[in-house]
Ligand binder design. Structure first.
Ligand code: PXG
Length: 454
């Protein structure tokens, strides 16, 4: 793209486009970065720079960029039947096929899909339908959801309320009523010198204490990301989820896994719940379901919940114009076909995860890194002022942003949350690209330290 055209677009963007999760005043001054092309694990910007996308867009481009088959699937479906809805006793073939495919892939008896356009809407959906599930069984007061401080479940009123991001709660009067939060499992910041297995139990038992404080007859569900993504890839100890599951069963609290990031291979299994050995009653999906090629989300319900909704729920007063959109469903089916046919999840787990973990651990040797953690193809580097301690930088987020910008100049996209550098590459990343990732990250850490005068 020529420089003049790029500048014109930046001016139009500054004048007319409000960006999510940006300081729009500052962005308009600075000029947005325009991405123009993607192939495999790389994207190109308007200035022609090639960038290794170690973040898979926004945790979503699991099969990598540029797979023409997905475009063909969309074009075929658009020509045949661009749109029809799933209201009023209707639906379309790809929508049905996708519901059946998800039931086959999802663990246990999560056999029933409700479609949305995003992960946020999937979480709105489960909040309403789970409350309805209890209400039609004469338990309308069993309506409280428990989430985690610093959890991320989207940006709609319900999604942001279920999440525990304080900065989000401050905008728009959140959380909405009857949503509570417990502290997350964050070993690096909160685990002290405890053995990880003991810390996992301790962190999980915060749920039991909260349920008992509220009264089990008030608590409808617990929701959590198997690995907390946006806050900084908090990887729970292996004791955490089985204990959460035990507690949920004991008090008849539904267990909701938000698999929006973890789903479709990110943690090395198809779903994070499989990596951590627990069985959700309800699961929310988005992102990797289409590898980000088109928007789509889904809520999956087990036989118990769907059975009650079908037998006693009456008309579900819930749904979007595009619930089960046939073009999005066709693209999702093609994406899932490729993931299965090319054994991409297995490749990620058996072929690349161990090598990536080894190189990621080497980055942990860097003087700026307090901890390097990783599960499957999802990791974080905690940047710290003093490697021998776990203190944060006083001006939280500044060093992370600095490192992110330096990495960008070095041809690498990493996300920064506060001062943690986050990793979530396309699952198709090769060994050579892992080496490139290592080199560019190491170099960027060095330049960050130098820029800080270290
Ligand atoms: N649940 C989880 C676990 C997510 O990570 C959502 C729900 C919401 O999905 P939608 O499709 O409505 O965005 C997400 C989204 C970040 C970042 O900065 C993460 C997300 C979205 C935007 C930014 O890491 N995750």
């Amino acid at each position: 793209m020529d420089a003049l055209h790029t500048r014109t677009l930046q001016q139009l963007d500054a004048a007319h486009h409000l960006h999510p999760f940006n300081d729009n005043g500052a962005l308009a001054e600075q000029g947005t970065r325009i991405l123009t092309r993607g192939q495999g694990c790389y994207v190109w910007d308007a200035e022609g720079h090639q960038l290794l996308d170690a973040f898979a867009g926004l945790w979503c481009v699991n099969i990598g960029y540029g797979r023409a088959e997905l475009g063909h699937a969309a074009a075929r479906q658009m020509q045949q039947l661009a749109y029809y809805n799933s209201f009023f006793q209707c639906t379309t073939e790809p929508t049905i096929q996708l519901a059946a495919k998800l039931a086959e892939l999802a663990p246990g008896d999560l056999n029933h899909a409700f479609f949305t356009n995003s992960g946020s809407e999937a979480n709105d959906t489960i909040l309403r339908l789970v409350r309805h599930f209890w209400a039609v069984q004469d338990q309308p007061r069993k309506n409280i959801f428990i989430g985690r401080h610093d959890g991320y479940h989207g940006t709609t009123m319900a999604g942001a309320s279920l999440g525990g991001m304080k900065g989000m709660h401050r905008q728009g009067g959140l959380p909405i009523p009857d949503i509570h939060h417990i502290d997350p499992p964050y070993g690096f910041g909160d685990g002290g010198e405890l053995d990880p297995d003991d810390y996992g139990l301790l962190a999980a038992r915060r749920l039991e204490a909260k349920i008992l404080a509220l009264g089990p007859e008030r608590v409808a569900a617990f929701i959590g990301e198997p690995v907390m993504g946006a806050i900084g890839v908090y990887i729970p100890p292996r004791t955490y989820w089985p204990e959460i599951e035990r507690i949920c069963r004991r008090y008849d609290v539904l267990l909701v896994a938000d698999e929006v990031i973890c789903g479709f291979g990110r943690t090395g299994q198809w779903f994070g719940a499989q990596t951590y050995g627990f069985q959700p009653d309800v699961m929310t999906l988005a992102k990797g379901i289409t590898s980000g090629y088109v928007p789509l989300g889904a809520a999956m319900f087990n036989d118990r919940v769907a059975g009650v909704l079908k037998a006693q729920g009456g008309e579900l007063a819930h749904g979007c114009t595009y619930s089960g959109h046939p073009v999005c469903a066709a693209v999702a089916l093609e994406n899932l076909r490729i993931l299965q046919h090319e054994r991409i999840v297995e490749h990620a787990r058996d072929g690349i995860a161990a090598y990536l973990a080894q190189r990621w651990a080497e980055l942990g040797e860097h003087p700026l890194v307090g901890e390097a953690r990783i599960v499957g193809l999802m990791g974080a580097l905690e940047l710290v002022p003093d490697k021998t301690r776990r203190d944060c930088f006083p001006d939280r987020g500044r060093v992370g942003a600095l490192c992110r910008d330096i990495a960008r100049r070095n041809g690498l996209i990493l996300r920064a949350t506060h001062d943690a550098m986050l990793l979530s590459p396309p699952l198709v990343i090769s060994r050579e690209q892992v080496d490139e990732l290592f080199e560019k990250t190491w170099k960027s850490l060095g330049e960050t330290a130098a820029a800080m005068g270290k």
